[in-house]
Design a protein around this ligand. Structure first.
Ligand SMILES: [Zn+2]
Length: 632
């Protein structure tokens, strides 16, 4: 029932009848002899705070692939006309004609549905005139999204609705990409429902394989209009990325109610703007509360922004209240996603307390996700000028393969009261206040130092290390705000207390530690540890035959010295793909691992006989392409 190829699929028609047979088989009992469980569909919004009943191997099956940076997974729509695997992309024209603007919203809802239950954040990204699987970074490439969604008519194939690739291990850019069969009759809330199909495909894009439970979204056969995920789907995505976590404030008990808000007063003492970075609405219905006391310099109109653009799929609504909880202003656009909402207030009273609440504009999946909260007071005369940030040097213009997230500015104002604010003394590395004077840790995957301090509110400590192994590093500086930078000063990751950063091999990593609460920190320790090693595509190890050679002594008769004929070897031109060393290597590896004539055939997978043209040979791990087939 599944048109899955471990290698390559060349022929759509091969799914045909055999698939239908498999599907029928599932209805009367699975081929493994298990009795299919009749499960009542349980959707995400009914699931909160209760255990998920799901069985791995039946309700969900993992592909083994996941995005290296789950906190920022981007998606994009390639323009029409680019080559989209086996046809020219026509998705935009096809769906614009049919649905107007509504189709992007259906796809956004599918992605937001996954984001609403897993510890991931997804954001739309621009795209350009780049063919499918163009060379680039597998995640974080600025040319296009990590998950690119295009479509073309799949020839005479009327069984496949769409197909998708699992997340990348490394290398090329096809991982996560989706192809929609534009010759199928897609509808919104009808046969075939666009949201339901894209929900299934993007489940593959995030790392889920086909489930065995026909009731789940990840079942290989189209199962009608879905309104959300089942227990099995949720358990699956959470097995990969974990459930959504409380943000750094909520995990300290702050922001969950107006009685215990996240207090930004201290951030507004010396500057007219305060940002609470890394805030997040963790589940549908969440409201997060902030508060501040207007500083003495404040006067005139001011505003508050809940910013989810470039952060997550959240559509935020922000409300401002006075000390008596009278609503002063509210903003939010329920038709938007991954958007900013700015509420403007016409006046401010110094010394008065104000409250700000953030929730979703709607009560659906778009009400979950990360955002930053910024309070911008009128430019009065702050008591002390804000220190200007140290510009980071640009050592050399060589292209850096490290994905740099756009600099989401976090002025860390976690409202932790620092009991150590007094008696903070400079630490022994005190001169490391600028990136050029970073304390050198050396080449290491594991490092720890204690007795550090941020002796003043504006003290900055820089450290530098080179990793020995590619992978995800956890950097911990308890009580401090951490930014991980690449050698060009680009922001790679940030957080308070602890941050995970994905680092390529032999990279130079800068760690910037600053106060999390605009107060000195008398004591902290820094530790850096490799958490998980980056997946390497192993080269095939064909064992050499170890038959001992017979040791008969060779006769020592001198050989006659006849000159060899000097016939020139024929110079067959190299095929075009050979010009691309990356492709050539992978193709070679592929053939050694498993020639297409004799691939392994797991029971539920089907291998196409005809390979695609050379241009479509892609690295081994990318060839796992999953599809959703249509019934009847
Ligand atoms: Zn599928």
């Amino acid at each position: 029932m599944v048109g899955v190829s471990q290698w390559l699929l060349g022929e759509w028609s091969r799914i045909g009848r055999r698939d239908v047979g498999f599907r029928l088989g599932l209805k009367i009992g699975s081929r493994r002899g298990k009795t299919p469980k009749r499960k009542v569909l349980a959707f995400y919004d009914a699931l909160e705070d209760r255990a998920l009943m799901a069985t791995v191997g039946y309700d969900y099956i993992l592909s083994g692939f996941k995005w290296a940076n789950p906190s920022r997974i981007t998606y994009s729509f390639p323009p029409d006309g680019v080559m989209w695997e086996a046809g020219k992309n026509v998705l935009n024209t096809t769906f614009d004609t049919k649905f107007g603007n509504a189709w992007q919203g259906e796809i956004a809802r599918a992605l937001a549905t996954w984001q609403s239950v897993a510890n991931i954040n997804i954001v739309p990204a621009p795209d350009g005139r780049y063919d499918w699987n163009s060379l680039g970074q597998s995640q974080g490439d600025s040319k296009f999204g990590d998950i690119r969604i295009g479509g073309y008519p799949f020839g005479g194939n009327k069984k496949t609705l769409a197909q998708a690739y699992f997340p990348p291990p490394q290398g090329a850019t096809a991982g996560g990409d989706v192809q929609i069969n534009t010759s199928m009759s897609f509808q919104i809330n009808g046969q075939y429902d666009l949201f339901s199909v894209v929900l299934h495909e993007t489940g593959h894009s995030l790392g889920l394989n086909h489930s065995e439970n026909a009731a789940t979204v990840m079942a290989a056969t189209y199962g009608g209009v879905r309104s959300g995920l089942t227990d099995g789907d949720i358990a699956g995505i959470q097995a990969i990325y974990g459930a959504r976590k409380l943000d750094v404030y909520q995990s300290q008990g702050l922001g969950l109610s107006a009685n215990l808000p996240i207090d930004l007063t201290s951030g507004l003492v010396s500057t007219n703007t305060a940002t609470a970075g890394g805030a997040s609405l963790t589940k549908i219905g969440d409201v997060e509360w902030f508060s501040f006391v207007a500083p003495s310099y404040a006067s005139g109109s001011w505003n508050v922004t809940a910013g989810a653009a470039n952060v997550s799929m959240l559509s935020p609504e922000v409300s401002v209240y006075d000390a008596s909880m009278n609503l002063l202003a509210r903003a939010g656009d329920p038709s938007s996603w991954s958007s900013d909402a700015t509420a403007a207030v016409s006046s401010i009273v110094p010394g008065q307390r104000y409250y700000v609440s953030v929730k979703g504009t709607t009560s659906d999946v778009f009400s979950v996700g990360a955002y930053n909260l910024t309070i911008s007071l009128p430019k009065g005369s702050p008591s002390t000028p804000r220190p200007t940030p140290t510009p980071t040097p640009t050592p050399n213009p060589t292209p850096n393969p490290w994905p740099t997230t756009p600099p989401v500015i976090v002025s860390p104002t976690a409202p932790v009261v620092n009991s150590n604010a007094v008696n903070a003394l400079p630490d022994r590395f005190e001169s490391n206040d600028v990136i050029g004077a970073a304390t050198r840790i050396g080449r290491s995957n594991q490092f720890s130092v204690t007795g550090l301090s941020l002796h003043s509110a504006t003290d900055v400590d820089y450290f530098m290390f080179q990793n020995a192994t590619a992978g995800t590093f956890q950097i911990v500086a308890s009580g401090a705000a951490i930014q991980v930078l690449n050698p060009r000063g680009g922001l790679v990751a940030q957080g308070v207390g602890s941050v995970n950063a994905s680092v390529p091999r032999n990279a130079t990593v800068y760690v910037r530690v600053v106060s999390a609460n605009s107060a000195p920190l008398s004591q902290y320790g820094l530790s850096i540890a490799l958490q998980s090693q980056a997946r390497q595509t192993p080269l095939p190890r064909t064992p050499l035959p170890r038959t001992p050679l017979p040791r008969t002594p060779l006769p020592r008769t001198p050989l006659p010295r006849t000159p060899l004929p000097r016939t020139p070897l024929p110079r067959t031109p190299l095929p075009p793909w050979f010009a691309l060393p990356r492709f050539a290597l992978h193709r070679y590896a592929l053939r050694l691992v498993a020639p297409p004539t004799n691939p392994p055939r797991p029971a539920h997978q089907e291998i196409a006989a005809a390979p695609l043209p050379e241009a479509h040979w892609i690295p081994r791990a990318w060839n796992t392409r999953m599809r959703l087939v249509a019934t009847g």
